[in-house]
Design a protein around this ligand. Structure first.
Ligand code: MG
Length: 398
């Protein structure tokens, strides 16, 4: 009798829709770092996605900031709900382009696993702390989480994901870092492209945050509808909504506007990428990797609108005094945590202390600093705040 995975119908159902020739395929995956038998009832990329969902780092995303710190309100995006929205957008486009949905989803769900607490303020602060020790980059850290830091399986460290998922997680990387990463770093040195699924996950991230940050910014009262109406993407969608539903107001008007904005950009990515793919006519994922530029992209016109909105959010939301105040506090918390723990590794929990001592023996102070950075990066917002209080507030109970 055939194993379930050998059943032809089962194989056909590994992806929900037919795969284009240029899509990633379970059967032609470059494989895992530690070879494992193929999954019986799932595809290789489905297994990757499932391992990501079961990881500790994934669960921690619920208590990590996207823009608003977790305790500011229950309705704001966290890094977990952000990742789920990225995956939703990614899958919709993947299906329309004949790309592998499970691989796209796996990359989208994993893309922020290495993010520090407190969003970009946290990443910048930790990068600063690590300046003399190789720096800190959340993208590299996401790969480090799935390759090394998760401790779940008997036979290997990390999640032992496929090459294709790892390739997608590592969005960008300096040449110096690329040289330390083996096969996964090669494309940055040879200027090759990643899979279309990886290109798509990258774009889905940008589409998701641009749109949900409009929603969260309005909800928080930090940006105004009147100002946003000057931004083409928002203004047009707002007009269209009011034309279709005169008199509509409040949250429904905002939601109807934002769903039109997402619809416009997603529709554009599908048609513009479809045209680029047709023109380049790649016959395989290797053809995709050999292209001089990404094939999944917005049209020039919509990209200009996307950038206009991004600039608006940068100037009016990310640099709003209320957000900056939180940013400043977060930087200080992370910097002080890092410095205290690096100075005295006895303050670390036992297993991290052991790891720091071993890393120092092998790699000097940079090795020790990396273990401290791993520990701090893994913290949720609230754990970082609590730990900071325990270390610095004489009245706090340990
Ligand atoms: Mg993201």
């Amino acid at each position: 009798m055939n194993a379930p995975g050998d059943h032809p119908r089962m194989r056909a159902s590994m992806n929900d829709a037919p795969l284009a020739p240029y899509a990633a395929k379970d059967e032609t995956s470059r494989g895992r770092r530690f070879p494992e038998p193929p999954p019986a009832t799932r595809g290789e990329f489905q297994r990757d996605r499932d391992r990501i969902i079961h990881s500790n780092a994934f669960r921690r995303l619920v208590y990590k900031t996207q823009v608003f710190v977790n305790h500011e309100g229950d309705l704001y995006r966290t890094r977990l709900t952000h990742s789920v929205e990225v995956a939703q957008i990614g899958r919709s486009i993947a299906r329309a382009l004949g790309l592998h949905e499970a691989l796209t989803e796996a990359i989208c769900l994993a893309h922020d696993l290495g993010h520090t607490p407190f969003g970009h303020a946290g990443q910048d602060a930790l990068n600063e702390c690590m300046r003399d020790y190789g720096g800190f980059e959340h993208n590299m850290q996401s790969l480090r989480v799935v390759d090394q830091l998760e401790e779940r399986y008997a036979d290997f460290d990390g999640l032992n994901l496929t090459y294709e998922t790892r390739e997608g997680i590592l969005k960008h990387c300096s040449a110096a870092n690329a040289r330390t990463l083996g096969d996964i770093g090669e494309r940055f040195l040879q200027r090759r492209q990643p899979s279309l699924e990886a290109q798509l996950a990258n774009l889905a991230d940008a589409i998701a945050y641009n749109n949900h940050d409009v929603d969260d910014g309005l909800r928080a009262g930090l940006i105004e509808v009147d100002a946003l109406r000057q931004v083409a993407l928002f203004g047009r969608a707002h007009d269209e909504t009011l034309a279709a539903h005169p008199g509509l107001g409040g949250r429904r008007l905002i939601h109807e506007t934002i769903r039109r904005m997402i619809g416009r950009v997603v529709g554009d990515v599908i048609s513009a990428s479809g045209a680029r793919i047709a023109a380049a006519a790649p016959q395989s994922i290797e053809d995709v990797r050999a292209q001089p530029a990404p094939l999944v992209a917005m049209s020039d016109a919509v990209y200009a609108e996307h950038i206009e909105l991004k600039r608006f959010l940068h100037a009016n939301l990310y640099r709003h005094s209320r957000v900056l105040r939180m940013t400043e506090k977060s930087r200080r918390v992370l910097r002080e945590l890092f410095e205290a723990l690096l100075e005295d590794i006895d303050l670390l929990p036992a297993e991290h202390r052991r790891a720091a001592a071993e890393a120092e023996t092998a790699g000097g102070r940079a090795g020790r600093a990396r273990v401290v950075a791993d520990y701090v990066a893994g913290m949720t917002d609230r754990f970082a705040i609590l730990e900071h209080r325990r270390l610095f507030d004489p009245d706090a109970r340990s």
